[in-house]
Design a protein around this ligand. Structure first.
Ligand code: FES
Length: 72
C-alpha cells in the first residue's frame, strides 16, 4: 500500500528501509524522500516505523568479562 503518495513509497519499502538501518523519521526522509513535500504521510510513516522497530528481534548485548577492564 502506498503510504507516501508524493514520492510513491509503499509501506513495504519503508519496512525494508527500517530493517536496513533507517531507525528514525529523519533517516527515512533522507533515504526515501518521504515527508518532504505535503507531509500528510507523517502519521502513517511513523506508524510503520514504530511497528517495524517493535517487531524487530532483540539482539543481546555481548557479555563484558572482567578481562575487558584490565589495562594492557
Ligand atoms: Fe508524503 Fe506528501 S504524501 S510528502
Amino acid at each position: 500500500m502506498y503510504v507516501c503518495l508524493c514520492k510513491g513509497v509503499t509501506d513495504t519499502r519503508v519496512r525494508e528501509a527500517v530493517q536496513q538501518g533507517a531507525h528514525s523519521m529523519a533517516a527515512l526522509r533522507a533515504e526515501l524522500g518521504v515527508c518532504t513535500e505535503c507531509k500528510k504521510c507523517a502519521v502513517s510513516i511513523n506508524g510503520v516505523l514504530r511497528d517495524t522497530l517493535m517487531a524487530a528481534p532483540v539482539v543481546a548485548a555481548p557479555l563484558c568479562l572482567p578481562e575487558c577492564h584490565t589495562s594492557v
